[in-house]
Design a protein around this ligand. Sequence first.
Ligand SMILES: Cc1cc2nc3c(=O)[nH]c(=O)nc-3n(C[C@H](O)[C@H](O)[C@H](O)COP(=O)(O)OP(=O)(O)OC[C@H]3O[C@@H](n4cnc5c(N)ncnc54)[C@H](O)[C@@H]3O)c2cc1C
Length: 402
Amino acid sequence: MCSAYYLIRQGHEVIVIDQSDMKSGASHVNAGYITPSHIIPLSSPGIITKGLKWMFNSASPFYVKPRLDSDFLKWSWAFKKSATQEKVEKAIPIIKEINLLSRDLYEDLKASNEFDFHYERNGLLMLCQTEKALANEWVVGKRSLEAGLSAIRLSAEETKKYEPNIDLNVEGAVYYDCDAHMTPSIFMKNMVDFLSKKGVVFYTNEEVIDIAVSNELIQSIRTENRSISADEYVLATGAWSSHFAKKVGLKIPIQAGKGYRINVDRDTGISTPAILVEAKVAVTPMNGFTRFAGTMEIGGINHKINPKRVNTIADAAENYYKNLSILKEEKSKAACGLRPCSPDGLPFIGKSNKCKNLTIAAGHAMMGWSLGPATGKLVSEIISEQKTSMHIDAFHPDRTFK
Ligand SMILES: Cc1cc2nc3c(=O)[nH]c(=O)nc-3n(C[C@H](O)[C@H](O)[C@H](O)COP(=O)(O)OP(=O)(O)OC[C@H]3O[C@@H](n4cnc5c(N)ncnc54)[C@H](O)[C@@H]3O)c2cc1C
């Protein structure tokens, strides 16, 4: 959507094709965090050991389903290769820069009043129940300070000031004031309405099933209903992108990372977005409801809901917020979405050398909501052959993982 937005601002005519009704999936169920504080990619030292430990626990927050599938095996190898301190240190300034760019663009969008959406700059609490987790979290906090972000370590008593209306069961927290939060479905709906009014054509519930390529150029794409030719194409197919890229001869390693959300449409008293550190659950006070989101399940493309994981998210929330009770009915309405996970935690943004009129915008993993506007802006600059708002070499779709 953000690519379409910035492309029409550059004067391009845009057609959006989506196999869904554009009312569900990752861009609707996410926790709505805008996360400059998330400077450490998922593929970081220690994650492999944790993943192996959690693999045999069907309620764990991070789960990798072992499969004899060559794409999955190659992705796993590239993920392992990326999980080094050296690579994480290299990624930190890049992740920070694109996050700050994107947050600024969200604030410009909000200020433009072109369409309405919920956006609040209220920071993020990393809530910890144990001294060990708090100490570990503060190591990340100090690294964020070094990177120029602000981070504060809070005692249990100090944390209460950020959540005056609900009893917390925590040892303390790390607070980042650089973060913001939104209600994704409001933004998505109002953005689609705005783009439609501006002349963007939407073909929804239409799957792109074939791509005609010759001379390293896409000549046309085909859905069940039509064939479409354009000067330039943008591949923004989230978790489905690997499969799709293959049709044009590209290898874009992306695996689906399933996550769940539970909405509580009552006043919970929660006012500051938080991550429940030990449980890896995200809590967001959205517009009129509170969302609890979590789990990273690398298990292929499917939308099956595992009730054990939903219950684990709810139990964790009830454990950190003493008076909170999530109803059975609320849990039964849980929904899921697929994060498009790249092996190194950086998205793929740019053109492959193998296809001259295709720009990739995929693989944003846990930060795809945050990075929407920056990605859209970069895509529009690439297509309009302008200087990009930041260096994009690190996002190159042809990069290798050694
Ligand atoms: C539970 C959860 C919590 C999250 N929390 C956050 C958060 O707080 N902050 C954050 O920044 N990120 C968060 N994320 C991650 C974020 O939601 C994703 O990275 C982002 O939504 C991905 O956007 P996308 O446009 O790349 O993919 P998607 O939103 O998945 O869109 C891809 C679209 O491509 C369409 N498509 C695929 N194949 C075809 C085809 N052949 N033809 C036509 N259409 C096709 C699909 O229908 C889909 O609509 C979270 C994700 C989850 C699941």
